[in-house]
Design a protein around this ligand. Sequence first.
Ligand SMILES: [Zn+2]
Length: 82
Amino acid sequence: MKDRIQIEFVRGRACPDCGSALFHPGPRGGLAHNIKCADCGSTFWYSPPFKSERIDPVDGAYDLTVTQTLAEIEKSPPEETR
Ligand SMILES: [Zn+2]
């Protein structure tokens, strides 16, 4: 596994690689989300208010039919409800 690199989103809301504000949601755990940039395909671990990290892409882990802003991803309800 590559070293994880801490990165900051542009103004907290946009891809640090290309500036896109749209992402595909991926696996999540608690408040942490794995997200994939809808434009350049970069993948990140995103867990506000902590710094994000760049992660290795995993094929098939992201729902490419769903495109959301980070605000929408943060508000989306957990898939698992107990
Ligand atoms: Zn991007």
